[in-house]
Every structure is written in structure tokens, then in C-alpha cells.
Design a protein around this ligand. Structure first.
Ligand code: FNR
Length: 184
């Protein structure tokens, strides 16, 4: 069977650090995505102003409009993020806020969504991922059940650990498979 449509996954990065482990994970997923899947890392989340209804609407900042366009064009959304102080980093939370508006019609509404990532703690950022899933649900995304990958980097780089790499790629696969279920 041949498929003529690429499935596009928009990745929202919770870290804007140049040397970010989570960016490297996102880039690994992009480079090793299965055939038929395009992974686009949405750049510039740190240039999007904090959400404020007074700057939204027809004159929304270009950075926010670009974020919305990237997600609107995607078939699915994957947050790849560390944890800051027991929750998701503000830059990711802010992106979800912009993607949730206009209420009920935001770019994230109806998009299959998952949140994964790694931190150098034993818990691998599990609260961040849980909170991102909760926030995305409230924002109107379709959070795919069962995609839970909170990689601990305590023992070293998860990308140097084949089992961890397979868990991360498996999360991408599960997100892709969800669309097949929806489309069936
Ligand atoms: C952290 N870090 C962290 N890690 C964690 O697992 N739970 C946490 O609550 C926090 N809190 C926290 C707050 C702040 C302000 C910073 C800067 C960091 C550590 C964090 O997970 C670690 O620096 C990661 O490597 C950051 O991810 P990137 O940038 O490597 O992708």
C-alpha cells in the first residue's frame, strides 16, 4: 500500500537552551521518524509574548501567528520538554495559551497531543508532562492515552541508551498510530 500524504507532527519544545537535551531528543525524532511522518520543530517559542487578550486578535504578534499557523498545519502535536520547578516551563505553557484561543477554535483544538521528555532527575520530568497533558486537554487537544515517556538522564544521555531511544521513538509511533485509529 502506498500513502501519498505525509503525517506532520509539530513539536513544541519546552527548552530554548542551545544545548538542550530535549531539543536533541526532538531532533533525533525528526531524523529517525518513520516513512510518511514529518517532524517539524516549531522554532521561536521564546519570541512569543506572554499571552494577553489585549494583544490578541487581528493584530496578534507575528510570532504568535506563526506558532498558530505551524500547529494548524500539523496533524498532531508533540511537546518535548524538561520540567521546571515541578511543572512545565513557562515558554511551553505560554505556547499552549496562544494555541487555545480563540476559545474553542484555537489551533490546538482537536489535535492529537502527547507530552514527553527528559530531565536529569529520577522522575524524568513526569509532572511537567502530566501538567502539559492536562493543560492541552483543557485547551481542546485530544491527548492520546498511554503515551508516557519521562526519561531520566541521571545515568547519562538517554540518546546513548537504546532502550530509552526506543521508548522515545515509540511515543512518536503511538501518536502517529492514533491518527490511523481516528481516520479508520
Ligand atoms: C530545572 N530542572 C528541573 N528538573 C526536574 O526534573 N524537575 C524540576 O522541577 C526542575 N526544575 C528546574 C527549574 C529550573 C528553573 C531549571 C533551569 C531547571 C532541571 C532541568 O530538568 C534540566 O536543567 C534539564 O536539562 C533542562 O532541559 P534541557 O534544557 O536540557 O532540555
Amino acid at each position: 500500500m502506498t500513502t501519498d500524504k505525509q503525517t506532520r507532527v509539530a513539536v513544541l519544545l519546552g527548552s530554548t537552551r542551545t544545548g538542550s537535551l530535549n531539543r536533541r531528543i526532538a531532533e533525533h525524532l525528526r531524523e529517525h521518524a518513520p516513512a510518511g511522518v514529518t517532524v517539524d520543530v516549531v522554532e521561536g517559542l521564546d519570541t512569543v509574548p506572554f499571552y494577553n487578550e489585549e494583544i490578541d486578535g487581528d493584530t496578534a504578534p507575528a510570532s504568535a501567528t506563526a506558532l498558530r499557523a505551524s500547529v494548524a498545519a500539523a496533524d498532531r502535536v508533540l511537546a518535548v520538554t524538561p520540567e521546571y520547578n515541578g511543572t512545565m516551563p513557562a515558554v511551553l505553557n505560554n505556547a499552549i495559551d496562544w494555541l487555545s484561543r480563540p476559545y474553542g477554535q484555537g489551533a490546538i483544538v482537536g489535535k492529537p497531543f502527547a507530552a514527553i521528555g527528559a530531565t536529569p532527575t529520577p522522575y524524568g520530568g513526569k509532572w511537567s508532562h502530566e501538567h502539559a497533558r492536562h493543560s492541552a486537554t483543557i485547551a481542546g487537544a485530544l491527548v492520546v492515552e498511554g503515551i508516557v515517556v519521562d526519561e531520566s538522564a541521571v545515568e547519562g544521555d538517554p540518546l546513548a541508551n537504546e532502550a530509552a531511544v526506543q521508548r522515545l521513538l515509540g511515543a512518536l509511533d503511538a501518536l502517529v498510530a492514533h491518527e490511523a485509529v481516528v481516520a479508520a
